[in-house]
Write a protein that binds this ligand. Structure first.
Ligand code: PGA
Length: 236
């Protein structure tokens, strides 16, 4: 695990964008894994800037998002579908049919999970996966206690995750209690992982990750077992 410590959020976003740009320019038909949340927003702004300046094209890129709420309409401003289109996809030249976000509004969620996993596999796997980390150590919506082998599956969100995400809703009661998420097993199959950590609220998670103890009680700890992880971190 390679750690890159930077002094502020802007530097974190620029450093992450530099890596993504380099990977996409090296392999224009890259398969990328994308995350939502506050942390990667700056990265997406930098990627849009690079695209607009003609330094980068997403025209052959395939994307897979980590997760989506269950039961939230995709037109709802809090859906991860809306987040991704507003913060990135609407502003670059990615082809709509190459964008994948789990469908949390389908009747058969189990079929959706199996199909999502198959799609990733049939794309040849994810070349580089962007990740954030939750205060409780979750990666995507894999909450503490999730099996390290899990594939794409339905999860019940932790109280702490619901509380953390309530800032995006009118109140806590509006936050969905379930989501579809890539599993830790799915994430670990990515060829490269870019973990972005920003913010004072993540101190406990940072300490636990740095300790190197690998346990299902702290999902991000599995990343110590992955051969190609870069952590970009700022305390600010
Ligand atoms: P954040 O969320 O980027 O909004 O802090 C990260 C996460 O919960 O995985």
């Amino acid at each position: 695990m390679k750690w890159i410590k930077v002094s502020n959020y802007k530097d974190l976003s620029e450093e992450a964008a530099k890596i993504m740009k380099e990977r996409i320019n090296n392999k224009p038909n890259l398969t990328i894994g994308l995350a939502t949340g506050s942390t990667p927003e700056g990265l997406y702004k930098e990627l849009i800037k690079a695209y607009k300046q003609g330094e980068l094209s997403f025209s052959e890129v395939t994307s897979y998002n980590l997760d989506e709420y269950i039961g939230l309409d995709i037109n709802s401003p809090q859906s991860y579908y809306q987040f991704m289109f507003q913060k990135l996809f609407n502003n670059v030249d990615i082809q709509k049919e190459k964008i994948h976000i789990p469908n949390g509004n389908t009747k058969d969620l189990q079929v959706e999970c199996v199909q999502y996993e198959e799609l990733i596999k049939n794309s040849g796997g994810i070349d580089i996966q962007v990740l954030g980390i939750g205060n409780n150590g979750h990666i995507a919506f894999n909450e503490p206690g999730t099996s390290f082998d899990a594939k794409t599956h339905v999860v019940e969100l932790d109280e702490s995750t619901i509380a953390a995400n309530a800032r995006f809703f009118n109140n806590k009661d509006e936050v969905p209690v379930q989501a579809i998420t890539m599993g830790i097993g799915t994430i670990m199959k990515s060829k490269e992982i870019l973990l972005l950590i920003s913010g004072k609220g993540k101190q406990e998670a940072i300490e636990k990750l740095k300790s190197g103890v690998v346990t299902e009680d702290f999902p991000a700890s599995i990343l110590h077992k992955h051969p190609n992880v870069t952590v970009i971190i700022t305390n600010n």
